[in-house]
Design a protein around this ligand. Sequence first.
Ligand code: GDP
Length: 426
Amino acid sequence: MVNAVVGANWGDEGKGKITDMLAKEADIIVRFQGGANAGHTIVNNYGKFALHTLPSGVFYEHTTSVIGNGVALNVPLLFKEVQGLVERGVPAPKLLVSDRAQIVMPYHILFDQYEEERLGGNSFGSTKSGIAPFYSDKYAKIGFQVSELFDEKTLKEKLERVCATKNVLLEHLYHKPKLDTQEIFEELMRYKEMVAPYVCDVSLYLWNAIAEGKNILLEGQLGSLKDPDHGIYPMVTSSSTLAAYGAIGAGVPPYEIKKIITVCKAYSSAVGAGAFVSEIFGEEADELRRRGGDGGEYGATTGRPRRMGWFDVVASKYGCRIQGTTDVAFTVVDVLGYLDEIPVCIGYEIDGKITTDFPTTSLLEKAKPVIEVLPGWKTDIRGIKNYEDLPENCRKYIEYIEEKIGFPITLISNGPGRDDIIYRNK
Ligand code: GDP
């Protein structure tokens, strides 16, 4: 059986925690898109970890961690991450890397930096991990698959060709030093050595695993609103963040994905530029940011402060719908325990009209939040295991949001740890 864990919002919903928790029952966990540009924070018996490329199931001895073909693979970072885990006492992961995954080239990172510099105030707020140049090259058909590392002659020829076009841009658009093909080739040979023991025909491996009845989890990065097709284009990421893309980025039949567990945050946070209708500012935002997540809402990869907002029904309803949600995991509910009253954005006012349907970007820029205020519960709910034991106002908050978004909340996360979870039968 294949299940997917994906995000309903702008990312940082707590997918890592939910995947780590669900991985207990899984055999194989697959990353199917994105790269090392975002991170999952996980707190478990080994400590607190920020993962960037490895799937969040990596902490169990019984799981196999797979880097699917849809991932932007930064080879040295992947192995640095593996080393970082082993140094802290985590058993060396059973790792497989798709032979069709493409490689983040050293120049992708340079181009990401140069382009953000060139755009200045109009930049996308990229993490400068090379993700946008990587996916541009993939679809321009000048990317490099892992499998290409093993044919040195062809690799060298292609590298010469690709670097020639890159150098035109470097010289004339960015006014930066040109690429040295030989140097890049040698770097790629180092990548080959690192990755060789793990290379695998992943779609075939997963096909066989499904036939054997194995339990497979697909782990998404970022969330619905960062999807290049359905998100807040162009302030999106460069690969699809949707569960449907899990079929492509891992190479499994779409009909095998049985459960789509969409992780949805009890308030909002976002990084990077773009419209964020329920955003709050000043002391109100600072306090939520300070109390949020596990030790504050700061990027797992970049450390930059996240933008904060109240729960957004319009964005979350859409985010869950576009994922094809079967189950909602509602996270960081404990964080809201300090509030007397909890504002919720229940609609958008656009040109004098109120809507609950998420609009395209140009209209989104004009949207003003319609706020409803719910009573808070003013207690610490960490440690509670049964839904019925939650304070009444907390249950009311959850049920109100469930009704508004229209998808069943079957998991409630009330703390960063693996066991901070409440199962709710629907
Ligand atoms: P991801 O990218 O979706 O995995 O999310 P991040 O790891 O970037 O951000 C989630 C943050 O919230 C992490 O610091 C988690 O440890 C933390 N977290 C996850 N679930 C909960 C929860 O229910 N309560 C609290 N307080 N923190 C949580």
